[in-house]
Design a binder for this molecule. Structure first.
Ligand SMILES: Cc1ncc(COP(=O)(O)O)c(C=O)c1O
Length: 357
């Protein structure tokens, strides 16, 4: 239980994001006992173990530990693109909406967004958006795919769709980036390995600090040559850490013990979807809840989504309003079924339209 900054009521359930998970007691013990060295010299044995196990999990030659998913994505795009080029990606991609324009600032590139119904890039629409490498247009250099697609409600790309997109990338000589902040969720939900879903991508980014519950850290993975270059870019961006084994130790535990557990979050998200779908004024399509994120459409009779979010927060249920009509709720390890039932009870109390006070 912790402070609800928007009200004096205690937190019933924090469903804003899976990033709010706190390290487990086992993680804290592993951190305290971690063997460390100076990772700028490649001498931190715990970081090395983390990088090796992550590379193996993703079926790549090597991996590099970075402080955040954002830095990992930007290193990947910088490696694969060049100033003046375009990155083709889904509208509402994290790299476009939530990374402070870094594609332009760090790499001098333009995002070329493509409509992505249900968070899925359609190969025909991508083909349409790809621009030739002539002397007239900014050329498309990179294809970026987000799996799962966060702002589409954690939707999963299946392997068949990935194959179609990657074939297009090969045909047009595009570098390929996978934003796999929640790739492990996709793998668990499909019953496939992370390596299966990462195959064919030049550079993959995965996060340890989301549903896996580590306090800090992400990794980029790819060929040995790409990872040598990734280390150079990490240093340039100020992301090279020293005794980083302290945090890598929690990350190792997250990879070893956190992946299978994600299924619980998915079951809980479906529970929440079923319960909320029964309430007047809220709409949730339970069929579309594939992982740990659900989008709730707020009908006019309930007021608008930001007002509803504020009212829920006053009652201890924390979530995000994505726009005027939609709330986003994310399940994770630190919210158990009992807390979710309590959250549903709070939603049930909100029978009347909510007007912001
Ligand atoms: C799809 C996606 N990519 C990248 C990130 C960035 O991760 P970080 O917050 O560690 O920078 C996030 C964070 O929520 C995300 O949802």
């Amino acid at each position: 239980m912790y402070q609800n900054t928007a009200s004096s009521s205690p937190v019933v359930a924090d469903l804003r994001s899976d990033t709010v998970t706190r390290p487990t007691p086992e993680m804290r013990r592993a951190m305290a006992a971690a063997e460390v060295g100076d990772d700028a010299f490649g001498e931190d044995p715990t970081v090395r173990r983390l990088e090796e196990s992550c590379a193996e999990l993703l079926g790549k030659e090597a991996a590099v530990f970075v402080p955040s998913g954002t830095m990992g994505n930007q290193i990947a795009l910088n490696l694969l693109g060049a100033p003046g080029g375009e990155v083709v990606c889904a509208e509402q991609s994290h790299i476009v909406d939530w990374e402070m324009g870094a594609v332009a600032v760090v790499s001098g590139m333009l995002p070329r967004t493509v409509a992505a119904p249900q968070g899925q890039l359609d190969p025909a629409a991508v083909a349409e958006a790809i621009r030739p490498r002539g002397a007239l247009l900014a050329p498309t250099l990179v294809l970026s795919v987000e799996n799962t697609a966060n702002m589409a409600g954690g939707r999963i790309y299946r392997r068949e769709r990935l194959d179609e997109l990657l074939a297009l990338a090969t045909e047009h000589r595009l570098g390929t980036h996978l934003d796999g902040a929640r790739l492990f969720n996709a793998a668990v939900a499909l019953g496939q390995t992370p390596a299966h879903l990462a195959a064919g991508f030049d550079v993959v980014m995965v996060c340890l600090s989301k549903g896996l519950g580590a306090p800090v850290g992400s990794l980029v993975a790819g060929s040995r040559d790409f990872m040598i270059e990734a280390r150079r870019r990490r240093k340039m961006l100020g992301g090279t850490m020293r005794q980083a084994g302290i945090v890598a130790a929690a990350g190792l535990l997250a990879l070893e013990t956190g992946i299978e557990r994600l299924e619980e979050d998915h079951v809980n998200a479906r529970f929440l979807a079923r319960e909320l779908a029964q309430l007047p004024g809220l709409e949730v399509d339970a069929q579309t809840v594939e992982t740990n994120i659900l989008m709730v459409a707020v009908g006019a009779e309930k007021g608008d989504a930001p007002s509803l979010r504020d009212e829920l927060r006053r009652r201890g249920v924390l979530c995000e309003a994505i726009d005027r009509r939609r709330l986003r709720l994310v399940t994770h390890r630190d919210v158990d079924r009992k807390a979710l039932e309590a959250a549903v009870a709070v939603f049930q109390q909100l029978r009347q339209p909510v007007v912001n006070r």
